[in-house]
Design a protein around this ligand. Structure first.
Ligand SMILES: [Zn+2]
Ligand SMILES: [Zn+2]
Length: 143
């Protein structure tokens, strides 16, 4: 793979990239922070993003970034991370299960957004046969 010169999206340094947009220093820095968060979470299961940030000194933005990446997962969806589509609290990733399911459905097939309800049967009172009691129900409904 040919090396490219790229500008790091975090610190702006020009570096030789093998594909990423992040310089080796930032990548290392981020991995170190990730390790710190992970270790903190081992000891403090269920800590909120704000707690992690306070205790480790790591910006909430970065913690959320790891959550969005799916590298971290919350024990309880406390609302720190929300589905990008419907805003439901999620533990990891970008979408809640409902939205990601409907998204993959939408991508997988060309279904109309709203399926039409089945046409209402008019003879829903038992008028399908010549049974007199069915007829009777229908008449009483007209009153
Ligand atoms: Zn950098
Ligand atoms: Zn959703």
């Amino acid at each position: 793979m040919a090396l490219q010169y790229k500008q790091c999206k975090y610190c702006g340094t020009i570096f030789q990239s093998t594909g990423g947009n992040e310089c080796p220093r930032c990548m290392k820095d981020r991995e170190e922070k990730f390790t710190i968060i992970k270790e903190y979470l081992y000891k403090n299961q269920g800590a909120s993003v704000a707690e992690i940030s306070n205790e480790t000194g790591i910006e909430e933005k970065l913690i959320l970034h790891f959550l969005r990446d799916g590298r971290l997962e919350m024990v309880v969806a406390d609302g720190s991370l929300a589905c990008e589509k419907c805003g439901a609290p999620i533990k990891s990733g970008r979408l809640c299960r409902k939205c990601s399911e409907s998204l993959s459905r939408a991508l997988g097939s060309v279904l109309p957004k709203q399926s039409k309800p089945a046409p209402q049967k008019k003879a829903s009172y038992g008028l399908k046969s010549d049974r007199s009691d069915g007829l009777h129900v229908d008449i009483s409904k007209r009153k």
